[in-house]
Design a protein around this ligand. Structure first.
Ligand code: GLA
Length: 388
């Protein structure tokens, strides 16, 4: 493959050729089909891994330094091997360093190494480019040092890296999807127990189209953490009535009857989203298992409505992309995907209207927001792996 040959060449130019042959790994990005902002509430999610992702070429060295570089960014760094890494001003350096920190916490050796990343996931678009970097780093290091960690350990460590080093109180969905993805399947994950099932996605005649709003997401992390805190507040009110410790513990009928015990309308809406979204994930799994794509599309649309009205994480740009998608005949469903506040939408589009979809949605979006959207046809791919 031409890309990987180029990567090997760049590696050799950058680090020279002495020592071991570097080893190549890949972790995908993910698109979440439904189940948004439910993971940190112990709810259900239904993401899948996509064909875009992060390559990592890596080799261990005898030097006491870690060298980080990426084809996507001219900034490089050399960091001494230590037992505690400090946060770096170049944001992406923190993802691998956060992972190394987790290895050290487990008493595993983190020695000298040379790393070169290359990613083809649009950055900061809500397709988990950060989880992809974390998981590929964890998987590669575990492999090279014979760390003996299983994939679930690596996924949990990658989530911790994001929380502690990147400062986002994220759930486990992204790292889980990036680690456990399987071609043509979605991952139906219970984020409370981490039990999961692979659900075939019967796309016959349809494609998943991702539209990147290209809206800058500057305050997204702090707004995300604000939603996490609002959900904790909702739990505190509801726990006076029910014995629950997270919103995912409560069914919608129980919540519906008791919702007035949350005095604040905003907090009540946040809980309404999470608890109703959980039901939609369950209904989506049954629809997919019955091959009922139209019903799944209806649930996608309802998810977007709730993210807009109850959770308030969509914004004008994502709403415009979704509303324009809904107008195109042959589109079964469309919704924002990921954390929101910008980022991407995912739409279920009949193959023969894809070209019209991209043209019309793109044109209307540009006219209404002044921004140019990018479109990607998503293939559902496998999770993290070594590339031979
Ligand atoms: C981000 C987080 C995930 C999840 C989604 C919203 O992608 O990293 O853990 O909370 O937002 O569903």
């Amino acid at each position: 493959m031409e890309e990987t040959e180029n990567l090997r060449k760049t590696f050799a130019d950058l680090y020279g050729t002495p020592g071991n042959e570097p080893v190549l790994f890949f972790a995908p990005g993910r698109v979440n089909l439904i189940g948004e902002h439910t993971d940190y509430n112990g709810g259900f999610v239904l993401p899948c891994a996509i064909q875009y992702g992060t390559y990592l070429l890596i080799r261990m060295t005898d030097e006491r330094v870690i060298k980080l570089a990426s084809v996507n960014d001219p900034q490089k760094t050399v960091i001494p091997v230590t037992d505690h890494f400090s946060k770096q001003p170049v944001h992406w350096f923190n993802y691998p360093l956060g992972v190394f920190e987790q290895f050290i916490k487990k008493g595993l050796p983190v020695g000298g190494m040379e790393l070169l990343f290359y990613g083809d996931i649009p950055n900061n678009a809500g397709l988990s480019s950060s989880a992809s970097i974390e998981v590929v780093t964890a998987f590669a290091l575990n492999h090279l040092i014979n760390g003996g960690l299983d994939l679930l350990d690596l996924i949990k460590m990658s989530q911790k890296a994001e929380q502690e080093f990147a400062g986002v109180n994220c759930g486990i969905m992204d790292q889980f999807a990036v680690g456990m993805g399987k071609a043509n399947h979605a991952i139906f994950l219970n984020c409370s127990t981490l039990e999961y099932k692979l659900v075939p996605v019967p796309l016959s005649g349809y494609k998943l189209i991702i539209a990147n709003s290209n809206k800058p997401r500057s305050l997204a992390d702090s707004k995300y953490n604000e939603r996490v805190a609002e959900c904790q507040l909702a739990v505190a009110f509801l726990a006076e009535r029910f014995s629950i410790s997270k919103l995912g513990d409560l069914g919608f009928p129980q919540f519906f009857k008791a919702q007035d015990c949350i005095p604040d309308e905003v907090i009540r809406k946040r809980a309404r989203h999470v608890i109703s979204e959980n039901q939609r994930v369950l209904a989506s799994v049954s629809s997919l298992l019955k091959n009922d794509l139209p019903q799944f599309g209806v649930l996608m649309n309802a998810s977007h409505d709730s993210l807009r009205d109850n959770y308030e994480v969509t914004g004008f740009e994502l709403d415009t992309l979704v509303e324009e998608a809904w107008k195109i005949p042959g589109v079964l469903g469309s919704r924002m995907t990921g954390a929101g506040f910008g980022g991407c939408t995912v739409s279920l589009v009949r193959e023969d209207v894809i070209a019209d979809f991209i043209e019309e949605v793109g044109m209307e979006y540009k006219a209404k927001t002044g921004l140019t959207a990018d479109f990607y046809i998503a293939e559902i791919g496998d999770g993290v792996r070594r590339v031979e």
